[in-house]
Design a protein around this ligand. Sequence first.
Ligand SMILES: Cc1ncc(COP(=O)(O)O)c(C=O)c1O
Length: 381
Amino acid sequence: MTDRIPALRPQTLAAQGMGRVAEPYRDIVPPIHVATTYERGADLAFPGGRVYSRADNPSYDQAEALLASLEGAASALLFASGQAAAAAVFQSLTPGDGVLAPRNMYWALRKWLLDFMVPWGVAVDFYDNASLDSLAQKVRARRPRLIWIESPANPTWDITDIAAAAALAREVGAIVAVDSTVATPLLTRPLELGAQLVMHSATKYLNGHSDVIAGALATARDDAAWQRIRYARGGGGAVLGPFEAWLLLRGMRTLHLRVAAACANAQAIAERFHGHAALAQVLYPGLRSHPGHVVAARQMHGGFGGMLSLRLARGEAAAVAFTARLRVFKRATSLGSVESLAEHRASIEGPGTACPTDLVRLSIGVEHVDDLISDIEQALA
Ligand SMILES: Cc1ncc(COP(=O)(O)O)c(C=O)c1O
């Protein structure tokens, strides 16, 4: 989809779902297309332009167009989940290709890369996301086909300099793909910084209500590589249901309001608890003390995201006890929704995790910030 209206601001495009109305009734909200198949003409052509819903579904059109517009992309695709979106990128590679991925990244994707892509013949190596030198050295030594970036990255919110990584990628002809789930297209536009692909777990901020599992990719160029990714979606069958696509568009219409509220709440909470006696560290890129703050201030606009982590001074038992005492935050995994969530992250990642065991990950929602602050205060006491 290339349906861009450059004169309108992202907030307007989001609120109006691209401003489209649906024929023939002029619906302000798009209908849901549940058909799996579409009638052929007597001449065997497809006059409606659709063939079979594993390849494409009209229910995706508006959400894909909106995401492409928000990212400044040539095209966007919805997937059955964030993992399915990421998997399509890696499956579009060829055995023998090299991938550089960050050491700190969404753990389930890291595990999937090692369990599926490595046996399939893709050479996966990891760089230190907080160190451009580490990335530069690995890029020049390994000359990868693909550099995967997650910024801010789970669960310490390390920041990778996307523009600098893209310059390194150009030296060796690599593709840069950015998991921008936490930044959202409102805070960072990776394609403008030189990336070719952006990935979202649309389960998180794009949808924003903890009621849809979905994923998305956006591309700088609608080229052969993008068509291969499209084929990975349709051929592999990692397709989103039409109702989920409809819910996703509904969620995206308030993306700007939710992201702004979550960023403001997270910044206030980070500042309030930075230096607290019960905490060894507050990890949030909006704090000057965060190692990625300077780069984040350059590549994130309008806020530093809604994700922060607390490291408890007294270690793992204190971290688990802290989550047990929370009353307003819900103890649950996931992120990017209107309600605030807290999670002892090492527990979900399981044995072998690199996540510090004293770390509690907070996904800050859009509640009144004073209620969130009081809840953390009483749980730390
Ligand atoms: C940063 C990030 N990327 C990717 C994913 C995977 O997305 P999904 O759960 O929609 O498959 C997640 C899920 O937690 C995530 O947090």
